[in-house]
Design a protein around this ligand. Structure first.
Ligand code: PHE
Ligand code: ZN
Length: 879
C-alpha cells in the first residue's frame, strides 16, 4: 500500500468490495464531513507521463460532525509520502482506495505526495494528456485521481496552485482564479502560481498546461469591474473563436440583466480541448470545453453548431452562480445546479434568437432523450435516491427534466415573483453547498408560493400522463382531467403531481379564444368549467409545453388542422402538427387504418403542410419547425411493444407521399431559399433550414431530382449548413452523387477533427438501406479511433440512434453496440456506459428483437472486470 514503485494498474472502479456486491450510495445516508479543509496548496511538477503532485491541506474538525478519522478519497493513486504538521507520518491506512489518518487535534496540516501518469489516463478523468497538453476534469470524482482529498462537494477550500514544467512543451500554465506569481526555473522550465479567493469544492479545480494561443477581449461589469476574457485554443484555431467570445460577453450581460448576477474575478479563461468526455466544464474562472462547443466559422459549423456553442458557453458561464457560488451539498443534488442552469441557458438562447423556435427545440430534445429514460429501466427522479456510479446520473432527466420542473415554478409564479425567489436563493446560500430542498424553499419564500405538493416532482420518476375529456352543455365547457404517473423501478405507486397547464378554448367561427387560462391540475382527477361558449370550442392545452407531461386528448383531425393553422401560441401550432402526424402514424403502424382512413389521415396532414408552406405570416425558422415530422424515438414511445422496422417504413412512406403530393411546393421552396445569401440573421438561417427540409421530402419522392438538387446545393455551398444538409440527403440515397460528395467532403476537410466527425455521423445516421454495413466498414477507417470520445460518439451514437442500423432485424446492430461497449470499457468506462441505455430499452421492443437485445446485455454482464459505470447500467437494464 505504501509501495513507491508502482501505481495500481486497475482503476478502482473495476474493483468490487469484498462481498462482490456493488456499493450503493443512498441519498438519505448523507452525513456532514468530519473534517473541513479551509485551505489547500497544490504544487505540480508537470510531465506528460509522471506528474508529481504535492498537496498541503489545512484541515479542521467540523463542529457539525466531529470525528478523529480524516478520510481522504483516492482512485488509482498511491501516496509516496504523508506528513502531518511537518513531520513524516506513518500511522495512516488504506480503506479500499481511500487513505485514512487519525488526527488528535482540532486542526492540522497534512501533506501528501502522489505521482500520476497523464498519458496513461484514457478515462479522461483527473489529470490527462490531450495532444501534448495537460488538462484536468474533476467533476464528479476526478480530483481523487490526482491527489488524496475529501472529494465531496460540501468540502469547500481556498486553492493556491503552483505548477512548474518545460517551457517549450507547456508555455501556457493556467489554473483557477488569478495569477499571482511566475518565474523561470532551471533547465528550460518555468512556473506559475495561481490563487482562487473563492472557496470551492474539489470538483471545480482545474489546471491546464500546454502550447496554446489566446483570443482576447474584455467585459466591464455593471459595478465597474473590468474582466479580461481569453479563449485558449491550438494555434490555427484562433480564427474560429469569435462566436464563442461574443456568446460569452452576451451571457455576462444577460445574467446581470435577467438574474442580477455579476462576475466575480478579474479574469475569465476558457480552454478548448479535443479529448473530452462531456460538453464542457464550469471550473471556477477556467472553463474547459470540448472543442466542438467553442470552434465555429461558417465554413465548418452549421447553424445548429452556432446555437450549440452559444448555449454551452452561456451554460458554463451561468454556472458561476448556479453551481459555483452556490454549489451542491452532495451529488444527489446535481439537478440543483444542472436543472437550474439548463433553464437559464434556455432562457438566454430564447432571448437571443426566436423564443418559440427555441421552445420547440427544447421540447423535441426532452421527448427524444428524456421521455425514453423516464419510461425505461434507468428511470430516476430529477433528484435520485441512490446510485452506484454518479457519472451515470448526468442524464437528460437531471438536466432537461430538471429544467422543466423549475420552468413550471416560473409558470406558477410569473417572472417577477420567480426572480424574487432566485434572488433570495442566491442571497441565502451564497458560499454554501445547498440542496434542492433549499432551492424550493427559497422560491417558496421569495416568490410567495406553496410548493408542498409540487415537491413530488423531485421525488417521483416517470412522465405523467394527462387524459382529457371535453364535455359541452348549454354555454359551458367542462374539461375533466385525469393524471396517471406510471410506475418506475423502485416506485410502483405514485401520488398526484401539480401540473400547470396553460389552456385556451377557441371559437371555431372566429378562430379566436377568449383569453388563456392557467389550469393547475393537482388531484388524480379534476374538472374545470368555463362558461360563455355557445358552441363546442376547440381545445388548446399545455400551451408552450407548460408541464413536461404527455397529454392524451381525443382531438379530431379537423380540430388539429384548425389549431395548426390558427393557434396564436406557436408551440401549440407545432404540437397540433405533431399530434396530427403521431395519431396517423401510430394507427398506421398498428395496422388499424383502412385504406379510406389512411387516405383521410394523409389528406389532413397534407392540408396542414400546404397551409404551413403557404402561410405568409410565418417566418421560415418557424416554418422549418412545423414541417419536421415527429422523430422515430418519440413514435416508439407511443407504441409498446414497437416494431422499429414498421415505424421506419410508415414514417418514410408518409414522407414520400408528402414529397409527391407537394412536389411543386418543395421545389419552389428549394429555389426560393437557395437564392438567399449567407448571413447569420434569422431570415437567412430560416431559408437554410427549409432548403434542406425541401430536399428531405423530395428525396423519397423523386430521388433523381433530389440528388441533382442536393449535388447543386453541395457544390454551391458557402457554408456548412448547406453543405452538410445536402450531404445528409445524398448519404441516404442510392445514387452516384453519394460517393462523389462523401469523398469530396472527406478530402476537403481532412485534418479538421470536428468536421470529420460530421462525415462519420452523417453516414451512421443515414437512411441508406446499407447504413449498418457502412458503419461496420467505417469502424476500420484510418480516421477512426476509440480514444477520442467525439469520434466514438460521431460514429456509434449516430448508429445507435438510427433505428435502421441499431434495430436491424438480424441483431447485428445490437451486437455491434455491445462489442463497442466491451472494447471501449477498459479505455473509457464513462463513455462506454453511455451506450448501454439504447440496449436497455428492450422491454419496449417487439419480442424477437427484444430477445436479441437482452442477450447482448447478458453477454456484457458476463464480462469480468467491467467498470462500475457499465456494470450499473447493464445490471439495471436487465432487471
Ligand atoms: N458540469 C458539466 C456541465 O453540465 C458537465 C460535466 C460533467 C462535464 C462531468 C464533465 C464531467 O456543465
Ligand atoms: Zn452544467
Amino acid at each position: 500500500m505504501n509501495d513507491l514503485s508502482s501505481t495500481p494498474a486497475l482503476p478502482a472502479e473495476a474493483q468490487l468490495p469484498d462481498d462482490g456486491q456493488p456499493t450503493v450510495i443512498n441519498r438519505l445516508d448523507y452525513t456532514p464531513p468530519a473534517w473541513l479543509v479551509p485551505q489547500i496548496a497544490l504544487d505540480f511538477a508537470l510531465s506528460l507521463d509522471a506528474t508529481r503532485v504535492l498537496s498541503v491541506l489545512s484541515v479542521e474538525r467540523n463542529p457539525a460532525n466531529p470525528a478523529p478519522t480524516l478520510r481522504l478519497n483516492g482512485d488509482g493513486i498511491a501516496a509516496r509520502s504523508v506528513n502531518v504538521d511537518g513531520q513524516p507520518h506513518n500511522d495512516w491506512r488504506m480503506d479500499g482506495a481511500d487513505l485514512l489518518i487519525d488526527l488528535p487535534g482540532e486542526a492540522h496540516t497534512v501533506t501528501i505526495e502522489t505521482v500520476v501518469n497523464p498519458t496513461a489516463n484514457t478515462q479522461l478523468s483527473g489529470l490527462y494528456a490531450s495532444g501534448g497538453m495537460l488538462c484536468t476534469q474533476c467533476e464528479a470524482e476526478g480530483f481523487r485521481r490526482i491527489t488524496f482529498f475529501p472529494d465531496r462537494p460540501d468540502v469547500l477550500s481556498v486553492y493556491t496552485v503552483k505548477m512548474a514544467g518545460d517551457k517549450q512543451k507547456f508555455p501556457i500554465l493556467l489554473s483557477n482564479g488569478n495569477p499571482v506569481a511566475s518565474g523561470e526555473g532551471e533547465d528550460g522550465t518555468h512556473w506559475a502560481e495561481w490563487h482562487d479567493p473563492w472557496p470551492k469544492p474539489s470538483y471545480l479545480f482545474a489546471l491546464v498546461a500546454g502550447d496554446l494561443v489566446a483570443s482576447r477581449d474584455s467585459f466591464t461589469t455593471r459595478s465597474g469591474r473590468k474582466v479580461d476574457l481569453a479563449i485558449y485554443v491550438r494555434a490555427g484555431d484562433e480564427a474560429r473563436t469569435d462566436h464563442a467570445m461574443r456568446s460569452l460577453i452576451a451571457s455576462m450581460e444577460w445574467d446581470e440583466e435577467v438574474y442580477g448576477r455579476e462576475y466575480d474575478l478579474d479574469l475569465f479563461n476558457i480552454v478548448a480541448v479535443s479529448d473530452f468526455n462531456a460538453g464542457a466544464m464550469e471550473n471556477k474562472g477556467l472553463n474547459v470545453f470540448n472543442t466542438r462547443y467553442i470552434l465555429a466559422d461558417p465554413e465548418t459549423a452549421t447553424d445548429g453548431d452556432y446555437d450549440a456553442v452559444e448555449g454551452v458557453v452561456a451554460h458554463e458561464y451561468f454556472h458561476n452562480w448556479s453551481g459555483n457560488r452556490v454549489t451542491c451539498r452532495d451529488w444527489f443534488q446535481l439537478s440543483l445546479k444542472e436543472g437550474f442552469t439548463v433553464l437559464r441557458d434556455q432562457q438566454f438562447s430564447a432571448d437571443r434568437g426566436s423564443a418559440p423556435v427555441k421552445r420547440i427545440e427544447d421540447v423535441r430534445i426532452l421527448r427524444a432523450a428524456q421521455f425514453p429514460e423516464d419510461s425505461g429501466p434507468l428511470a430516476h427522479p430529477i433528484r435520485p435516491d441512490s446510485y452506484q456510479e454518479i457519472s451515470n446520473f448526468y442524464t437528460a432527466t437531471v438536466y432537461n427534466k430538471g429544467a422543466e420542473v423549475i420552468r413550471m415554478m416560473t409558470v406558477l409564479a410569473g417572472p417577477e415573483r420567480f426572480r424574487k425567489g432566485t434572488d433570495l436563493y442566491f442571497d441565502r446560500h451564497d458560499g454554501e453547498a445547498a440542496t434542492c430542498e433549499d432551492f424550493v424553499k427559497a422560491i417558496e419564500d421569495g416568490a410567495g408560493l406553496d410548493l408542498t405538493q409540487f415537491r413530488r416532482w423531485y421525488q417521483q420518476a416517470g412522465t405523467p400522463r394527462v387524459d382529457v375529456a371535453v364535455a359541452h352543455a348549454g354555454d359551458t365547457v367542462t374539461l375533466t382531467l385525469k393524471q396517471t404517473v406510471p410506475p418506475t423501478p423502485g416506485q410502483p405507486d405514485k401520488q398526484p403531481m401539480v401540473i400547470p397547464l396553460r389552456t385556451a378554448l377557441f371559437d371555431r367561427a372566429t378562430g379566436k379564444h377568449d383569453g388563456e387560462h392557467l389550469i393547475v391540475l393537482a388531484e388524480a382527477e379534476q374538472s374545470f368549467s368555463f362558461s360563455g361558449h355557445a358552441t363546442p370550442p376547440v381545445l388548446s392545452i399545455n400551451r408552450g409545453f407548460s408541464a413536461p407531461v404527455a397529454i392524451a386528448s381525443p382531438v379530431s383531425n379537423e380540430d388539429l388542422v384548425f389549431l395548426a393553422a390558427h393557434d396564436d401560441d406557436p408551440f401549440a401550432r407545432y404540437e397540433a402538427m405533431q399530434q396530427l402526424v403521431v395519431q396517423h402514424l401510430v394507427s398506421a403502424v398498428r395496422g388499424e387504418l383502412s385504406p379510406a382512413q389512411r387516405d383521410a389521415g394523409r389528406k389532413a396532414i397534407g392540408e396542414a403542410f400546404a397551409a404551413v408552406l403557404a402561410d405568409g405570416a410565418l417566418d421560415d425558422l418557424m416554418r422549418g419547425e412545423l414541417v419536421i415530422l415527429p422523430g422515430e424515438s418519440y413514435l416508439h414511445e407511443q407504441l409498446a411493444p414497437v416494431d422499429p422496422g414498421k415505424v421506419r417504413a410508415e414514417r418514410e412512406d408518409l414522407k414520400r407521399w408528402l414529397g409527391e403530393t407537394l412536389k411543386a411546393e418543395w421545389t419552389t421552396l428549394h429555389d426560393r431559399c437557395s437564392a438567399v445569401p449567407y448571413s447569420l440573421d434569422a431570415a437567412a438561417r430560416g431559408a437554410r433550414k427549409l432548403k434542406t427540409q425541401a430536399l428531405v421530402y423530395l428525396a423519397p419522392a423523386a430521388p433523381t431530382e433530389a440528388a441533382r438538387r442536393a449535388r447543386a446545393q453541395y457544390d454551391a455551398a458557402t457554408n456548412m449548413t448547406d453543405r452538410q444538409g445536402a450531404l445528409m440527403v445524398l448519404a441516404g440515397l442510392d445514387v452516384p452523387e453519394r460517393a462523389v460528395a462523401l469523398a469530396d467532403f472527406h478530402q476537403r476537410f481532412a485534418g479538421n477533427m470536428l468536421v470529420i466527425d460530421k462525415w462519420f455521423s452523417l453516414q451512421a445516421g443515414s437512411l441508406h438501406p446499407d447504413a449498418l454495413a457502412h458503419v461496420q466498414a467505417l469502424a476500420g477507417h484510418p480516421d477512426f479511433t476509440l480514444n477520442n470520445p467525439n469520434r466514438v460518439r460521431a460514429l456509434y451514437m449516430a448508429a445507435a440512434a438510427n433505428p435502421g442500423v441499431f434495430h436491424d432485424a438480424s441483431g447485428a446492430g445490437y451486437r455491434m453496440i455491445a462489442d463497442l461497449i466491451l472494447q471501449l470499457d477498459p479505455i473509457n468506462g464513462n463513455v462506454a456506459a453511455r451506450f448501454v441505455p439504447p440496449l436497455g430499452r428492450w422491454k419496449k421492443i417487439e419480442p424477437a428483437r427484444a430477445a436479441l437485445m437482452r442477450a447482448e446485455l447478458e453477454r456484457i454482464a458476463a464480462q469480468p472486470g467491467l467498470s462500475r459505470d457499465v456494470r450499473e447500467q447493464v445490471s439495471k437494464s436487465l432487471e
